[in-house]
Design a protein around this ligand. Structure first.
Ligand SMILES: Cc1cc2nc3c(=O)[nH]c(=O)nc-3n(C[C@H](O)[C@H](O)[C@H](O)COP(=O)(O)O)c2cc1C
Length: 524
C-alpha cells in the first residue's frame, strides 16, 4: 500500500499539472489531492504507528475509530469480538504498558466478579511495600557449567519465518534493554536474533533448523557451532507446542523468502512442515541422553525441553527415566493448550492438549513426588500478559513465565488473525517486505522492554498487596476462583498437591497411581 501511495503522490500531481495546460481549472483538484498527499507523507515518515506507515491515509481510520472507541465499541465492535483469543481489555493493557502510557483504569472493575471462572488473589491487611528489585531465577542443575540468571518474564518461542525480521530485531533489542531472554523458536538462529545482542534461548525442534544435515537429520557439528555462541544462554528441545501438540510446525510456503530457505536449509515453494516427532530419540531415556549431549556440546549451558502435557503416563515415563539415569534437564517449559501459533489446524488448536493450569500442576507434582522438583526449573507459557497472570502460575508451581502473543501486542499486533496468510497489516507476522518495513524495530524494542518491565512491576505490586515480599512465597491457597455462582474455592482446593519424594515411597494419589505404575523409562 505504501508503494502504491508513493506512486500516487508523484503521478497524480504531475498528471494534474499536465492536464492544466489544456484545462486551467484542473489545478483546483489540488485542493482535494494536496491534503491527501500531505497526510500520506506524514504517515509514512512517522515511525510510531505501523498501520499508518503501511496504509498511508486510510490507516488513520483505525486511530480515529480508537479515539471514539468507548462509544463505537459498545455498539459495533465488542459484539464481534466473541471467540477472539484475547479480549480488548487484555490487549489494551499491553498497549498501554508498552507505550509507557497511564496504565490505570477508570471507574472500577471491568471484570465480571460473579462469572464462574473469575479469579482473584486475597490481599493482606498488612500489605508490603513493593520490592524495587525485579526477581531473577538461577537456572542450571548439577551438570550445568554455565548457569543462567533469568528474568521472571521473558519472550516465548516464535521463529524468524513466522515473525518478520523487524519483529525479531525489536524483540531481541527489547530483551537486551530489559535484561530478559528471547527464545528463538524452532526456526533456527537468524542474524536478526544475534545483531542486537539480547540473551537467546535456542530452541531445537523436530526440523533441527540450524543444526541439520542436508537430509534433515540432526548434526552435532552444526549444533556445536551455534550453541557455543555467547548470545545463546540456554538450549530448549521442543517436543510439542500447546496450539498444535502432536502435529509439528508449519511455515506456509507463502512466507518463505530466500533468506529463510537458506537459514532453515529447506526447499522453496512448499510449506515447511517439521515432523511431529524427533528422529534422534524415541524413548524417555533417549530424550534425556539427547539433553545430556546438547548440554555437553553447548559448553554446559542449561538445557531443557518444552512440551504441552498430553498422555500422563508418557510424562511419568520421562520422570522414571530421570530417576534411572540421573540425567536431569535444567528446566522444563510447559505450554498450555490455550497457546498461540502462526498456523495450525483448528482441531489441534481447539481440542488437543492439556490447558496450562492442569499441565503445570501435573508436571510440578510429578517432579515433586519423584523428589526431583528442586533440581529442575519450571517455565510456563499460555496467555500470560499481566502481573496477576504471572502470580497465578507461580502459585501453581512455576518458577518463571514466557509470553508470545503479549510480546506481539507490544510490537503492535492488532490480532488481525492473518499470521498464516503473509498479509499481517502490522508487519509482525509476515515476510512481505512492504509490510515489514512499516515496523520500526528501534521504536518497538522500547515498547517490548516497557511492557516486560511494567508487567514485572505489576506482579511485585500484586504480591506486596497480598503481604508477600517475593513471588516464591506464593502458594495455591492465595488464589481464589469462583467455580459456580455460589461456590468459591482456592487453588489449593481445586488442584491437589503431593509430598516431596512421596512417589518413591509408593504414596500416590489415585489420579496419578495408574500413570506412574504403567510408566516405562524405555518406552513412551
Ligand atoms: C506466531 C507464533 C509463533 C510461535 N512459534 C513457536 C515456535 O517456533 N516454537 C514453540 O515452541 N512455540 C511457538 N509458539 C508458541 C509460543 O511460544 C507459546 O508457547 C504460546 O503461544 C503460549 O504463549 P502465549 O499465550 O503468550 O502466546 C508460537 C506462537 C506464536 C503466536
Amino acid at each position: 500500500m505504501r508503494k502504491k501511495f508513493i506512486w500516487f503522490s508523484i503521478l497524480v500531481p504531475i498528471s494534474i499539472v499536465g492536464i492544466s495546460f489544456l484545462w486551467k481549472s484542473a489545478l483546483f483538484l489540488f485542493i482535494l489531492v494536496g491534503p491527501l498527499v500531505a497526510i500520506g507523507w506524514i504517515d509514512i515518515l512517522q515511525n510510531k504507528q505501523t498501520i499508518r506507515r503501511n496504509f498511508p491515509v486510510i490507516g488513520n481510520g483505525r486511530y480515529l475509530a480508537e479515539l471514539i472507541r468507548p462509544e463505537i465499541n459498545q455498539y459495533f465492535i465488542e459484539s464481534n469480538w466473541d471467540g477472539m483469543p484475547f479480549s480488548r481489555e487484555k490487549r489494551s493493557i499491553v498497549y498501554q504498558r508498552a507505550k509507557g502510557q497511564l496504565d490505570t483504569i477508570p471507574f472500577g472493575t471491568q471484570a465480571d466478579v460473579y462469572a464462574t471462572d473469575y479469579e482473584w488473589i486475597n490481599h493482606s491487611l498488612t500489605p508490603k511495600v513493593p520490592s524495587k528489585e525485579a526477581p531473577r531465577i538461577l537456572i542450571g542443575g548439577k551438570d550445568c557449567k554455565q548457569k543462567y540468571s533469568a528474568s521472571i518474564f521473558n519472550i516465548s518461542a516464535m521463529s524468524y519465518g513466522s515473525l518478520s525480521k523487524n519483529a525479531v530485531l525489536a524483540l531481541n533489542r527489547g530483551a537486551k534493554m530489559g535484561g530478559f531472554y528471547h527464545n528463538t523458536g524452532e526456526g533456527g538462529i537468524s542474524p536478526y536474533h544475534l545483531k542486537p545482542g539480547g540473551d537467546l534461548v535456542w530452541q531445537v525442534g523436530t526440523g533441527y533448523f540450524g543444526c541439520r544435515d542436508a537430509d534433515g537429520s540432526f548434526s552435532l557439528e552444526e549444533f556445536h557451532k551455534r550453541a557455543t555462541l555467547p548470545n545463546v544462554k540456554m538450549i530448549e528441545i521442543k517436543l510439542s507446542q500447546g496450539a498444535k501438540p502432536g502435529h509439528g510446525g508449519i511455515l506456509p510456503a507463502k512466507k518463505l523468502t530466500e533468506e529463510i530457505i537458506a537459514i532453515r536449509g529447506v526447499v522453496p515453494g512448499k510449506d515447511v512442515i517439521s515432523p511431529p516427532a524427533h528422529t534422534t530419540f524415541s524413548t524417555p531415556v533417549g530424550l534425556l541422553e539427547f539433553v545430556a549431549k546438547l548440554r555437553e556440546n553447548s559448553g554446559g549451558k542449561p538445557t531443557g525441553f518444552k512440551l504441552c502435557l498430553g498422555r500422563k503416563r508418557e510424562f511419568m515415563s520421562i520422570v522414571k527415566a530421570m530417576l534411572e539415569t540421573r540425567i536431569l534437564p535444567d528446566f522444563i517449559t510447559v505450554d498450555g493448550a490455550e497457546g498461540g501459533t502462526g498456523a495450525a489446524p483448528l482441531e489441534f488448536s481447539n481440542s488437543v492438549g492439556t490447558p496450562l493450569n492442569e499441565g503445570l500442576v501435573f508436571v510440578h507434582n510429578a517432579l515433586t513426588g519423584a523428589g526431583l522438583r528442586d533440581e529442575i526449573k519450571l517455565i510456563v507459557a499460555g496467555k500470560i500478559t499481566t502481573g496477576f497472570n504471572i502470580a497465578t502460575k507461580i502459585a501453581l508451581g512455576a518458577d518463571l513465565c514466557n509470553s508470545a502473543r503479549g510480546m506481539m501486542f507490544a510490537l503492535g499486533c492488532i490480532q488481525a488473525l492473518r499470521c498464516n496468510a503473509n498479509t499481517c497489516p502490522t508487519g509482525v507476522a509476515t515476510q512481505d517486505p512492504e509490510l515489514v518495513a512499516g515496523l520500526d524495530p528501534t521504536n518497538k524494542a522500547v515498547r517490548v522492554a516497557n511492557f516486560q518491565k511494567a508487567t514485572v512491576h505489576s506482579l511485585l505490586e500484586v504480591i506486596a498487596a497480598a503481604g508477600l515480599s517475593h513471588p516464591k512465597e506464593l502458594y495455591p491457597r492465595y488464589i481464589q476462583r469462583r467455580v459456580s455462582p455460589m461456590t468459591v474455592k482456592s487453588f489449593a482446593e481445586i488442584y491437589f498437591s503431593v509430598e516431596p519424594g512421596s512417589f518413591l515411597k509408593n504414596v500416590l494419589p489415585d489420579a496419578y497411581a495408574r500413570a506412574w505404575k504403567e510408566a516405562n523409562p524405555h518406552q513412551f
